[in-house]
Structures are given as C-alpha cells and as structure tokens.
Design a protein around this ligand. Structure first.
Ligand code: HEM
Length: 450
C-alpha cells in the first residue's frame, strides 16, 4: 500500500509538484506525514525527506530500480547513456567514466574554467545590465566543449557551441513527454527538426571522437577513449557520442543555474559578500584558479547555495520490485524519491533553514542522507566534483575582477525549467570592472585555453 497523499486531480497535483515543490512538499508533509505519495500523470511518486528513509533508498541494491523518465530523455541521450542504462550495464558504464571525473583530475581543468569565465564576462559591456544566467550558460557550455569534448582554439569552438545550442533549442517538451509524437510526419514535425539537428551534432561528435582518438589530450573524452571496461572492451563511437550528449544535458544548465543562484545569494547578503571578497582578494588581483578552488569560505558559499537552492528537487527511481520503506511496503511500479527540498530544509539538521548562512558548512559536514544536491547511491551525479570546482573558479574569477550589483530588489522565485529549478528572472545584474586601490584596472583576462 502506498503512503497517503493529496487526492486532487492528477493534472493539478502534477502541476503543483512540478511548478512549486518548495511550497507544496512541506505542505503535503505536514498534512500527510513523511513519506507521502503524489499521484502524478506519469506515475505514483513516494516522496521523503527523512534521512533514515533516504538512506534506505540510496543503499538499496541497484538491481531493484529502473531509471525514471527514460522516454523523455531517451531521444536526446540515446540507449547507450548512463541516464538510460540500468542494472549491470549501468554499473559497468559508470565504472568506466568515473575516473575521468575524479576530484584529483580537476586540476587539469582549472585553467580552462578560468579562461572560459574571463572571456565570457569580458564579452559583457562594462557597467551594462545583463541576465547573469545567459552569461553563465555560455561559460558552462564553453567549459564542457573544452574540458569534456577537448575542443581547442583552432577548431572554432563557437561553431560547436552553436550546433549544440541548436539541438537543445530543437527539443520540444511535447514530444519528450508524449512519446507517440516522436514521428517525422513528412519532415514537418518538431520531432523531424529535432532529428535533423541531432544528426548534425552526431556528425560533429564523430569527427571530434576521431580527432581525439588520433591525438589524445587532457580532456574527459580522451580519458574515456583510453579507458577499458572490466572485460577489457572499449567504448564504441556510438556509445561515446551518447555519453557526450548526456554530459551536455547533465552538466550545462545545472552548472549555469547553480552559479546564477550563488551570485544572487551572495549579493543579497552583504556580510557574506564582504567576507568572500576579502578571501578572494587575499590571493592578489589575478588569482590562480587552483588556489581559488581551495578557498574554504568560497567552498562553504557554494555548498550553502546548493542547499538553499537545489537545482534538482527529486532523485527519482522506478521500483522494479517491491520495497520496504520504513513502515510502508511499496509495490513494484511505484516511484521512490528522496527530496532535496525537504531534506535541505529540515530544521533538525539545518537550523533556520531559510537563512542563507555559509558558516554552517565551515565547521560542520553533513551526511549523504542529509545533504544531497547531487543525489546519491548508484546514480549519484558523475560530475559532482567537476561542478563544484567549476562553480568556485567561475565565481572566484567574477568577484575578483568585477563589482556586481543586482537589478532587482526582490529575490527571484524558483521556477521549473525542464527538470531544473531556475531563478525566474535569470538574475539581471550590472557588472563593472573593478578598479584596484593602486588605480590599476583588474588584471587582463587569462589568455591560454587548454
Ligand atoms: C551544480 C551542478 C550539478 C548538479 C546540482 C547536479 C545534480 C545531479 C543530480 C541530482 C543527479 C541525479 C542523481 C540521482 O538520481 O541520485 C545528477 C546526475 C548526473 N549528473 Fe549531475 N549535477 C550537476 C552538474 C553535472 C556536471 C557538470 C556533469 C558532467 C559534466 C554531470 C553529470 C551527471 C551525470 C552523467 C548524471 C547521471 C548519473 C547516473 O544516472 O548514473 N552533472 N546530477
């Protein structure tokens, strides 16, 4: 039997679940207890914010689960993606990919991330108003193209960026959520346009895979090309292309959003901004990216941002077998989900949870069932170390070089964009190049891109 939950019509409950999890999840928990069941149009979802139940879900044998929402992401990422694989093939794929994303590897990407940040911000006119989310998206795509795909200056990264963006723009929620619309219809349907862009991206990826096969670099694609499965096999080109598309989908928007939330939160808390600027300025006026990544207060600011503004609000798993979750015997076919919104706002773990307070991460660490911005268990985010490293470097370079002021006095509302939570206004802000005490402008942007 499923735990109780709202009995409103499915279409309304689904809307509430998608549009306003921050409002409805706490309300439903108060009314029905934890866990509660949300009867949504694409399945019954059992949601919890209790660390003991989150532990049960994350620690369960991966074979009892199937990935949720495969029909939605499948056309984009393909059947060879970690998103769509399950069971043993999924475990095997992650094992091959993980070393390229290991924390120790991140040093290789520090300079690339700093250069992408500097050049991205340098395109914005000094003193003008800009949507920071747009700038962060361009930067995070540049980081993926260079650090993950291994695209170099002589290959005209702008062409790559445009091809990828045109594929992302060709995605239409209608055919993602209603798979029967996945038809060409004589080449006129939105799905046909998507397939044309998809083909263009694949041609580009194939060429890049061959380029890196012949001439390996420090990038993640080169690492995946060199890696072996346990049976000594290697990834095929089709498999690699699926994973490269997956890494764009997983890492582009998420990183840009986390950066936008971070800058908004910092600027709305002057005491945090002062402390953070003091720490960054302590590294001089052209801070080394690796040194930036080691700053403790900056690290705490990024962690607190991901607690207070989780980019994904659920970590969904489809049950292939029944599961005992606390007192509830859940049937196969139900979906279980730890909720970041509930866990991160638990006052027993995070006192005054609404308060943005990076200090709570300075002298305390939290368990993986209390703090889960990157999900957990057998599907925990592959790019967690990469994303946190990028967040710190981009934020560090921004604050080191610019004064930033927000255009709106009102904090943005979180709104759902595909599956992520975005600031509704994209964080409009003014960036002004800082003048140092010496009267010199801040250092020139870094040039070398690896
Ligand atoms: C702040 C930025 C990011 C956040 C908040 C985030 C969060 C998440 C979450 C919540 C999941 C699902 C985990 C689960 O179901 O338990 C996930 C999965 C994943 N993420 Fe991230 N992510 C971020 C950035 C990235 C980046 C930069 C990459 C790679 C370049 C990446 C690659 C992946 C992959 C491949 C998966 C699928 C793992 C699997 O199904 O086995 N993510 N991420």
């Amino acid at each position: 039997m499923l735990p109780p939950g709202p009995r409103t019509p499915k279409i309304l409950t689904t809307y509430q679940l998608l549009a306003q999890p921050h409002r409805y999840f706490p309300l439903w928990r108060e009314r029905y207890g934890d866990p509660f069941t949300v009867r949504a149009i694409n399945g019954d979802v059992v949601i919890t914010g209790r660390p003991d139940l989150i532990e049960t879900i994350f620690r369960a044998d991966h074979r009892i689960y199937a990935p949720f929402g495969v029909e939605a992401v499948g056309p984009l990422v393909g059947t060879g993606s970690v998103f769509t694989l399950e069971g043993e093939p999924h475990r095997r794929e992650r094992k091959l990919m993980m070393p390229a994303f290991h924390g120790a590897r991140m040093r290789a990407y520090a300079q690339t991330m700093a250069t992408a940040a500097d050049t991205g911000f340098a395109t914005l006119d000094d003193g003008g108003e800009h949507r920071l989310l747009d700038a962060m998206q361009a930067i995070s795509l540049e980081v993926i193209l260079r650090a993950v795909f291994g695209v170099s200056d002589d290959q005209n990264p702008q062409d790559y960026a445009e091809t990828i963006v045109s594929l992302i723009e060709a995605i239409h929620p209608a055919f993602l959520f209603m798979p029967f619309l996945q038809r060409r219809l004589g080449g006129l349907s939105p799905f046909a346009r998507f397939l044309d862009r998809f083909e263009e991206v694949n041609v580009m990826l194939d060429a890049q895979i061959e380029r890196r096969r012949k001439d390996p670099g420090e990038d993640i694609l080169s690492m995946m090309l060199a890696a072996r499965y346990e049976d000594d096999g290697q990834m095929s080109n089709a498999q690699l292309a699926d994973e490269l598309r997956t890494l764009v989908v997983a890492g582009h928007e998420t990183s840009a959003l986390s950066l936008s939330w971070a800058i908004d939160a910092v600027l709305r808390h002057p005491e945090v901004e002062t402390k953070l600027r003091d720490e960054i300025d302590g590294l001089g006026d052209d801070p080394d990216p690796e040194a930036i990544a080691k700053l403790p207060y900056l690290d705490a600011v990024c962690k607190e941002t991901l607690r207070r503004h989780p980019i994904l609000t659920e970590s969904l798993r489809l049950l292939k077998e029944p599961m005992q979750l606390g007192d509830d015997a859940l049937p196969a076919g139900a979906v279980v989900s730890p909720s970041m919104v509930l866990a991160h706002y638990d006052p027993a773990v995070f006192p005054e949870p609404e308060r943005f307070d990076p200090d709570r991460f300075l002298d305390k660490s939290y368990g993986p069932f209390e703090y889960l911005p990157f999900g957990g268990g057998h599907r925990r985010c592959v790019g967690a170390a990469f994303a946190q490293f990028e967040m710190k470097i981009v934020l560090g370079r921004l604050l080191s070089r610019y004064d930033v002021s927000l255009a709106s006095p009102v904090p943005p509302r979180p709104v759902r964009r595909n599956i992520t939570m975005a600031p509704h206004d994209g964080v409009p802000a003014r960036l002004t190049l800082r003048r140092r005490v010496s009267g010199r402008p801040a250092a020139e942007p870094m040039r070398s891109a690896s």
